[in-house]
Design a protein. Sequence first.
Length: 100
Amino acid sequence: MVNVREHCSWCTDDPNQATEKAKKLVLSGLERARLLETVPIKTVPVKKSTLVIGAGIAGMNAALDLANQGIKVYLVEKNSTIGGRMAQLDRTFPTDDCAI
């Protein structure tokens, strides 16, 4: 890909100089394209499971959403309790309900 607009048109005041630069860029792009090799397609087996790190509110919601889609979920938490910061609150905004 050669970006003539960004590298020639807008950064050069002299139109002749911009044209020459654009020609060099296009030729360079063609030469690079000529030397490209195809990328082999590789297939790998995939298990339909996921790892969710952190059992806070976001982690638990992500785990529930994935589980509801039929994906096996491994939920990992470094602390001894789940809930993250939410478990430390006694009330929540805006309803002032109990957070526990």
